[in-house]
Every structure is written in structure tokens, then in C-alpha cells.
Design a protein around this ligand. Structure first.
Ligand code: ADP
Length: 498
């Protein structure tokens, strides 16, 4: 069935692109903001450092010659104005303030008189900091003409005729601000555009590379998944650990292995089931045909048959009915075990007592073949914790087999031995033994190892034993040598009486 071509990559690529564009925009914006902030700071700091001594210079050069105060203590505005204007002729961007020692503005000299009237006083903290650090540290002080704003400045203290105060010079005055803002705007634009273009370029490059890397691996995985989906069960991602999304590649490979394993198991289960049905129908048909033959003969020749013949024929029909009911019972039992309809009811019980009972039960059969059937139980009484009826069933099958495959005058021994926390149960015989090549298959249902020596049985006995062992979380081991005998050994947890 041809499915509509679906590719997951374009959708993924779209999302990746979206994410990258977002990153680019965010990166670009933060880059510009940080750069602008730092550039501004750099500019201010440089200006402040260069002009740090301006205020000092005024005091040393000018105030040494003439006092800025009149006899009555008021400011000599004419002189101060002249002095300052001289300076401002050289540097337009400064604004000069004469402060008393508490920071009150006594007089100010500015070129541009538009805007706010100067503040009454300025904060002393930045002034003191500037003086202690000798103007070598970047610091902002109150800008008297821009209320609430801070600006770079130069300051120097003076003491003339007992009058103390400061010459306070705002270095980036209104003029400076206008020019700087203008220039800055232009640079900012250029910087912004340049930064955006550059980040865009590199981010796009990274985006392209990442998308290529991601989709390259994804495409390979998708291709393999699709071939698997279309029936190529051998399709696996080559070298999954080398993939950039190794976890996905490995998971797919493991999943594919599990699917193939399960399919194989199902196939073999299906094969065995068919084999079982074929064999069962064959085994049902044989005794049924025999039964039919003898019953018909009895019906048709009832008058002519001797009493002895009739007895013999009836015995044969009886034996075949036995065979049939045994097979049907075994089948029923096995299918219940296989369908996991049986859950063991575990309880403590005496395996010694159970063994005695079974030996007594099989005594007649053993005697018939002159087989010595013994119980070897050195401990007084062995208690186990298991499902008594299931264990009885397993032991029955094993003893039955031992008697079945042991020639006349042989020995069958059931041994119980305490081993650590377990009781080891061993059913050994001096019978025909099993060929090494057949050993791995004897627990498979419907496997009678050697068809030529086929005794009465349907190959279900050991399969049932195996299922019972599984239900008790234990395993059964076979030791066997052809012509010498076999031992079937399994362990059950011992029950400790406190
Ligand atoms: P069956 O009903 O044919 O005995 P089982 O499942 O009980 O089926 O046994 C499977 C096969 O294992 C038997 O056909 C037989 O070949 C072999 N086998 C089982 N027990 C013994 C034993 N004690 N000695 C020799 N062969 C055995």
C-alpha cells in the first residue's frame, strides 16, 4: 500500500528557522543595547578623565591672581564671568558653577541661557568622591541645569581669604549633549545596522549548519524507518552511535530487533501449534479407527465370536478409550498451562509424604516390569513451599516416564536432598537414556525423541513438567547417557518451621 508521502522535515525546518530568527532578533537587540550603553559610558569616562583637572586649573591659574569675591563677600560677577568666558571660548561644552562649601550654587556661567534655571544646590557626595579619587574614577554628579539628571563633572576646592567652596564644572553641558546626541544617533544607527547585519549573517550560518546537521540525521532515520515499515525487516540505522541523535537511532534499532524477535517467536509458536494439531489429530485418529474396527466386528460377528475373543476385543476397545482419554486430559492440561490460566497456590507441604504416596501408587506398575522403585530420603521429613497438586502432577509424569523408558529388572529412584534453602528432587532411572543431540528438545511439546522406539505417549508429559517448573520459578535439568539411564533434577524452596 502506497502511503501519501509525508515528510516531517519542512515543518521542522520552519520551526527551527522561527526559533533562529527569534534568537537573532533578541541577540541583535541585546548586542546593540549593551554596546550603546558601554559606548556612552566610555565616551563620558574619557571626557571626564581628560578634563579632570580643569577645575583645579581655574583655581591655580586664575584665583591665585585675583579673588572672585568682593570686599563685602559677594561674588565678583564681572571678574568671574570674564574668567569663565575665556575658558568657555576654548571649550563650549562646559558650564561653570561657583559653590560654597555646603554645595549651594553661588554663581553660574553658562553660554546657553535657555531651559531651566540652575538648581539651588548640588549633592556633595559625588564631589567628595571626585576629590578623594583625584578624578581618576568615573563618577556622575548633579547637573544643576537638568534637574534630576546626572552628568560628568570636574571639581576643585578653594579657600580664598577664609572663604571655602568649590569650582564645579559640568563637562558635558547642554551644547555637548546636543552635539553628542546628534552624533551618537548617527553612530547608533550605523552601529545598530552593522551589528544586526553581522549577527544575522553569523546566526544564519549557524542556523543553516544546525538545520543541515539535524535534518541530515533525521532524514537518514526517517528513510530507515520507512523501509522497515514497508517490510524490509533488516533495515537498521547504520552506526547509530555516530549519529547526532544517537538515542533515537539506537532506540529505533532496538525496537526493530524486538519486533523481529517477537515475529520469529510468534512464527515458531505458530509452527509448533500446527505441528501439535497435525500430531494430535493423527494420534486421535489411530485409537478411534481401532475402536471403530473392533466395535463393528463385535456388532457384525457377535453370534460367531467365542467368549474369549469377545473379552479380548472388549479389552482392546477399553485400552484405546483409556489412551484417548489420557491424551485428551493431557492436551487439556497443557493448553490450560500454556494459556496461563493456572496460577499456583503455594503452601507448605511434606514432599516426603507425597513421594511415599506416589511410590505406593506406581508400585503395581513397577512390579509388573520387575523394576525396583525406591525412595531415597536421608532427611526425616522434607517440607517445601509450592503448589502441591502441580508438583504431584510433575512427579507423576517424571516417574511414569522413568518406568516407561526403563527395561525390565531396572531401577527407578526418587531422591530428596536438602541443599541450602532448597530441596533437590531427583528422579533417576537405569533406562534407555536420551541421545545428547535430542536432549535440548525433550521439553518441547509433542517431541518424542526417537520415533522408532516410540512407547505409549504423546510427548506432552515433559512439556507439562516444564510449565509447572516455570510457574514455580525453577528449572529442571536432565543428565542422561544412552543405555545407562537418565536423571531429572529440580529444586523447590524448603519450608522452614520456626
Ligand atoms: P511421552 O509422552 O512421549 O513420554 P514426554 O514429554 O514425557 O512424552 O517425553 C518426551 C520424550 O523424552 C520421550 O518421548 C522420550 O523420548 C524422552 N524421555 C522422557 N523421559 C525419559 C526417560 N526417563 N528416559 C529416557 N527417555 C525419556
Amino acid at each position: 500500500m502506497k502511503k501519501k508521502e509525508k515528510t516531517l522535515t519542512p515543518k521542522l525546518i520552519k520551526k527551527l528557522w522561527l526559533a533562529f530568527v527569534l534568537i537573532i532578533v533578541l541577540m541583535g537587540a541585546s548586542y546593540i543595547i549593551i554596546t550603546a550603553y558601554l559606548a556612552n559610558k566610555y565616551n563620558e569616562e574619557t571626557t571626564q578623565r581628560i578634563n579632570a583637572n580643569t577645575a583645579n586649573h581655574v583655581i591655580n591659574e586664575k584665583f591665585q591672581k585675583e579673588s572672585p569675591f568682593l570686599e563685602d563677600g559677594s561674588v565678583n560677577k564681572a571678574l568671574f564671568g570674564d574668567l569663565m568666558h575665556d575658558m568657555m571660548a576654548v571649550n563650549h561644552s562646559i558650564e561653570v558653577y561657583l559653590l560654597d562649601k555646603s554645595g549651594t550654587v553661588l554663581y553660574s556661567v553658562v553660554l546657553d541661557h535657555s531651559g531651566n534655571a540652575p538648581m539651588q544646590s548640588v549633592s556633595l557626595a559625588p564631589i567628595n568622591y571626585f576629590i578623594t579619587t583625584k578624578g581618576e574614577k568615573y563618577v556622575l554628579g548633579d547637573d544643576p541645569r537638568n534637574h534630576g539628571e546626572q552628568n560628568i563633572f570636574s571639581v576643585a576646592p578653594f579657600n580664598i581669604d577664609g572663604r571655602e567652596g568649590f569650582i564645579y564644572i559640568i563637562l558635558a553641558g547642554k551644547d555637548f549633549q546636543v552635539v553628542s546626541d546628534n552624533l551618537f544617533g548617527q553612530y547608533f544607527m550605523k552601529l545598530g545596522l552593522g551589528a544586526i547585519a553581522l549577527t544575522m549573517f553569523f546566526a544564519a550560518l549557524i542556523a543553516l549548519l544546525s538545520i543541515w546537521f539535524l535534518t541530515k540525521n533525521l532524514l537518514l532515520i526517517t528513510k530507515t524507518v520507512r523501509s522497515f515499515q514497508e517490510g524490509d525487516l533488516d533495515a537498521r540505522i547504520e552506526n547509530p552511535d555516530a549519529s547526532d541523535i544517537a538515542i533515537l537511532a539506537n532506540s529505533f534499532n532496538e525496537m526493530a530487533d524486538t519486533i523481529v524477535d517477537n515475529m520469529d517467536k510468534m512464527k515458531s509458536v505458530d509452527l509448533l501449534r500446527r505441528e501439535l494439531i497435525a500430531n494430535v489429530s493423527h494420534d486421535l485418529r489411530t485409537p478411534l479407527a481401532i475402536l471403530k474396527g473392533y466395535v463393528e466386528t463385535l456388532q457384525m460377528k457377535n453370534e460367531t465370536l467365542s467368549e474369549n475373543d469377545k473379552k479380548e476385543y472388549l479389552q482392546i476397545t477399553h485400552d484405546n478409550i483409556d489412551k484417548l482419554s489420557k491424551l485428551i486430559n493431557q492436551l487439556f492440561e497443557y493448553s490450560k498451562l500454556e494459556a496461563e490460566q493456572v496460577s499456583p497456590i503455594k503452601e507448605p507441604f511434606s514432599i516426603t509424604e507425597l513421594s511415599h504416596d506416589l511410590i505406593a501408587k506406581f508400585k503395581v506398575l513397577a512390579d509388573k516390569k520387575n523394576i525396583s522403585l525406591k525412595l531415597n530420603n536421608p532427611e526425616d521429613n522434607c517440607l517445601v513451599f509450592a503448589d502441591v497438586s502441580l508438583v504431584e502432577r510433575a512427579l507423576q509424569n517424571l516417574i511414569e516416564n522413568a518406568l516407561k523408558y526403563t527395561e525390565d529388572n531396572g531401577t527407578v529412584t526418587l531422591s530428596l536432598l536438602k541443599k541450602g534453602k532448597n530441596i533437590e528432587i531427583n528422579i533417576s532411572d537405569t533406562g534407555t537414556g536420551i541421545a545428547v543431540s535430542e536432549l535440548p528438545y525433550i521439553f518441547d511439546r509433542y517431541k518424542q525423541v526417537d520415533k522408532s522406539t516410540k512407547k505409549q505417549g504423546y510427548g506432552l508429559g515433559l512439556a507439562i513438567v516444564k510449565k509447572i517448573m516455570d510457574l514455580h520459578d525453577t528449572t529442571i535439568t536432565v543428565l542422561s547417557k544412552p543405555k545407562e539411564g537418565s536423571s531429572f533434577i529440580f529444586n523447590l524452596p524448603a519450608y522452614q518451621v520456626n
